[in-house]
Each structure stands twice: as structure tokens, then as C-alpha cells.
Ligand binder design. Structure first.
Ligand code: NAD
Length: 426
């Protein structure tokens, strides 16, 4: 099929590349000229495992191209909208980019083309966009995870499609046939239900995280261990083990943004989403617990050097959007601390955003920990799991290790002379 993917972010690049990989003729379009120039120069504008190799393979094979403009829409079968839908000041989803895309393709498409709304949009948006297009439009929310975007696109848990048009269903089935196998279904439904499914999925995932973080808090005052409690409840097949890791809160470009947008959509129709509102407020609190633990330990942070290991909101991505590290570093600077940061892929981007006043960047975890009063693990990168505690302790000025992702063995850390503080573990 001839496909245009509009928006070359985490979703657009993974989607476009995988659709080319299975034999389609794909053009990925982005309004960001620097981004397109970079890609056309063989560089990646973002970090996502496996993406660069697969993208190059498909460019070399002539199946994948990149452009700043949507040109020659003759005979185009599919247009996929994968632009961002960030949060406005008031919590609503900002749909400027989505409407720009709809306006720019508007009447250019032929009646047999299908416009796929992959961006996460509030209920009703897809139907509203339909009025401005002369072709079919469907809702097809994306569920890939950054860090495993290629794997998730090639083998999705499910593909959700909002359309009730039988002819369009056949086209979408053909488009996604290479990615579906037994047990990985395409689920067809009406457009509004498809739109809401995406928000509900993210709300549920964040609920699990805020729930376990609240129980972890209770563990700290009661002497229970959250790792045991999470295991005990996660083995119940109705609950499941995933997303029950206590930590310093969720971040990224989706969970918080989508929860805020959902709360705001509901408010507009006179509904209060009590659970999701509480989930968000728990998460905001959670981002402050590192500061609280440091103050409890040191009293005053003025003049202390604090090492931050991990800046991206989760491992295997360079994405800093809403990452807890932003709030933690801001808190530390306001408290008079000096900050040393290390992240395998996102340190430059972090410094670009936060500047260098009282922040320095290290090129490895031990260099970051050198002369630090405390080391904080904020992202669960694999290399931090293998930390040599003796080496870290010998380099540090102090001995405090705050394991914000509960990835270390407390006994081994303590054996090396570190004062270990996890989340909900003693
Ligand atoms: P992103 O911010 O990484 O990328 C969006 C891209 O769209 C940017 O490169 C931007 O320059 C481009 N763009 C904006 N307006 C444009 C226009 N008019 N024409 C061409 N390009 C334009 O966003 P993302 O993380 O890839 O997310 C895209 C959408 O998918 C969002 O709605 C998001 O909520 C949803 N989503 C994201 C993920 C994820 O893990 N990142 C997962 C599922 C769903």
C-alpha cells in the first residue's frame, strides 16, 4: 500500500518503519525540518532500540522516505496521523497539530483513501475531523511502549480499530495482517469507544503504579516490605505482576498527559473522575519523596553534592517529558545542593533544558558518584542494577544510596558500607 505517516516522533517513526518493513511504500512527514534533515543524513532524532537499523534497511530498500511536505497524494491508500497531543495549561489535550494535519490533507485525498487517527485524541475528535476530510477516517489508538516500540509494533498485544464501515475494516485488516497472529487480535468497535480505550488503558496502568506507591508508603511506616507485598498480590491472576514496582512515580509523554486530558474531558460533560484524579495527585507527591528522604537524612542540603543516576522517564529511551528526574533536580537546586547527573542517552538533552548552573554531567555512573554525599537511582537502566557497591562507596564522600526504583540488593549495598534507602523496603 502507499502510506503517508504524519509526525516523525516515537510513534510515527516506529509505525512508518515497521509498515515499510512488511513491504509497504511509506513516506514519513514531519514539519520539523531539522528532524527530517537529520534522518536523511542517517542520524536519529531520538533514541529507540532497533529503530535505526530497521529504518536504514528500509530506506536502502527504497520502501521508506522522509519529507517535510505531503506531496503527491495521488493513489495514496492510507494517511496515518501520529503528531503530538500535548497538555494545555488547563489540562486539556492540545489538538493544534492534529487539526493542522487534517487541514493540510483535507480535500487532497481521494475518496478511497483512509485517514487513520493514531494520535491519542479526546473522544469525539475523530468524528469532528471527519467533517473536514473527503475520505474515510478511523480511530486506531497506539499502545506501543517507548523502549520496545519496534517489538510492540511488530507484535502488538492487540490492534484497536474504531470504524463501523465494512469496506474500511477489510482495508485495515489487510494493512495489519502481517502483525497479527493467533491471540493478538484486531478489535473492531465504534470510533468513540476506540478513542476512550486508549485513555482508559493509560489510566489503568497509572492507577496500578500509584496504588503500589501508596502501599509502599504504608510499608515504610509499618515495617512491611513492598517487594513481598507486590509479589503476594501480583501472583493473583486477577491482579498480575506487571506495573507493581514501587518507585518515585511515573512520567513520560503519555500517562500524566492522558490522565489530565481524560479528567478534563469528563469535567466538560459534568463528571468527576475521582480515582484518576487521586492517581495523578499521588504521583505528584511521589516525585517529592526523594527530597523528603534526603532532608530526613541530612537535615539541610545546602552545599551537599547529590548524584542522580538516570534522567529519562524509563530505561531504553531518551525521553525526558515529565520524567521524575526533572522535579527531583529542581527540588535539589532549590535546596542549595550541587547536582551531578549521569544517563546513558539523555544527559545532553537534560543539560540543554536545565542549564549548567550547579549541575554537572558525568560520562559514567562512578564518575557521577565520585565525591557525592548521596547517590540517587532515578531510572532503572540495566547498568545500575550491576553497580559495584564497594567501588561506588570508595568513590563517594558520603554513604547514602537512595534506590528510587528498588533495583538493588539492599543486603549487598549495606555490606559495602552504604546506607541503603529504597521505596517501601527497609
Ligand atoms: P512526538 O512528540 O515524539 O512526535 C510528534 C511529531 O509530530 C513531532 O516530530 C512533530 O514535529 C510532528 N508534528 C507536529 N505537527 C505536525 C504537522 N502539522 N505536520 C507534520 N508533523 C508534525 O510524539 P509521540 O510520542 O510520537 O506521540 C504521538 C502521539 O501518539 C501522541 O498523541 C501520543 O499521545 C500518542 N502515543 C504516544 C506513545 C509513546 O510512547 N510515545 C504511545 C502511544 C500513543
Amino acid at each position: 500500500m502507499k502510506i503517508f505517516v504524519i509526525g516523525c516522533g516515537y510513534v510515527g517513526l516506529a509505525t512508518g518503519t515497521c509498515l515499510a518493513e512488511v513491504g509497504n511504500d511509506v513516506v514519513c512527514v514531519d514539519k520539523d525540518t531539522d528532524k527530517i534533515a537529520k534522518i536523511n543524513n542517517g542520524e536519529m532524532p531520538l533514541y529507540e532500540p532497533e529503530l535505526q537499523e530497521l529504518l536504514k534497511k528500509n530506506v536502502d530498500a527504497g520502501r521508506l522516505r522522509f519529507s517535510t511536505e505531503i506531496i503527491n497524494t495521488d493513489n495514496v491508500d492510507i494517511v496515518i496521523c501520529a503528531v503530538g497531543t500535548p497538555t494545555k495549561e488547563n489540562g486539556e489535550a492540545d489538538l493544534t497539530d492534529v487539526f493542522d494535519v487534517v487541514k493540510s490533507v483535507g480535500q487532497k485525498l481521494n475518496r478511497n483513501s483512509v485517514f487513520i487517527m493514531k494520535s491519542t485524541v479526546p473522544v469525539g475528535t475523530t468524528i469532528e475531523c471527519k467533517k473536514k476530510l473527503n475520505c474515510q477516517i478511523i480511530s486506531n489508538p497506539e499502545f506501543l511502549r517507548q523502549g520496545s516500540a519496534i517489538k510492540d509494533t511488530m507484535t502488538p498485544d492487540r490492534i484497536v480499530v474504531g470504524t463501523e464501515d465494512e469496506k474500511v475494516k477489510k482495508i485495515i485488516e489487510a494493512l495489519y495482517a502481517p502483525f497479527i497472529s493467533e491471540g493478538r487480535p484486531i478489535v473492531f468497535m465504534d470510533i468513540v469507544s476506540a478513542e476512550l480505550s486508549k485513555y482508559a488503558a493509560n489510566a489503568f496502568l497509572s492507577t496500578k503504579i500509584s496504588f503500589i506507591n501508596e502501599i509502599a508508603d504504608f510499608c515504610e511506616v509499618s515495617g512491611a516490605n513492598i517487594k513481598h507485598v507486590a509479589k503476594a498480590i501480583g501472583l493473583d491472576s486477577r491482579i498480575g505482576q506487571n506495573f507493581l514496582n514501587a518507585g518515585i512515580g511515573y512520567g513520560g509523554g503519555c500517562l500524566g498527559k492522558d490522565n489530565k486530558a481524560l479528567i478534563s474531558q469528563a469535567k466538560k460533560i459534568g463528571k468527576n473522575l475521582d480515582i484518576i484524579t487521586a492517581v495523578e495527585s499521588r504521583n505528584e507527591k511521589q516525585k517529592n519523596i526523594v527530597l523528603e528522604k534526603l532532608i530526613k537524612h541530612f537535615g539541610d542540603l545546602n552545599g551537599h553534592t547529590i548524584c542522580i543516576l538516570g534522567l529519562s522517564f524509563k530505561p531504553k529511551t531518551d525521553d525526558l517529558r515529565d520524567a521524575p528526574s526533572n522535579k527531583i533536580v529542581k527540588n535539589l537546586l532549590q535546596s542549595g545542593a550541587m547536582v551531578k547527573v549521569y544517563d546513558p542517552v539523555s544527559a545532553d538533552k537534560f543539560i540543554e533544558f536545565h542549564g549548567t548552573k550547579n549541575i554537572s554531567k558525568a560520562s559514567g555512573m562512578y564518575e557521577a558518584g565520585k565525591d557525592a554525599d548521596a547517590v540517587i537511582i532515578t531510572t532503572e537502566w540495566d547498568e545500575f542494577k550491576d553497580m559495584d557497591f564497594n567501588k561506588m562507596k570508595s568513590l563517594m564522600k558520603g554513604s547514602l544510596l537512595i534506590d528510587g526504583r528498588n533495583i538493588c540488593d539492599p543486603a549487598l549495598a549495606k555490606k559495602a558500607g552504604l546506607k541503603y534507602i529504597g521505596i517501601g523496603v527497609s
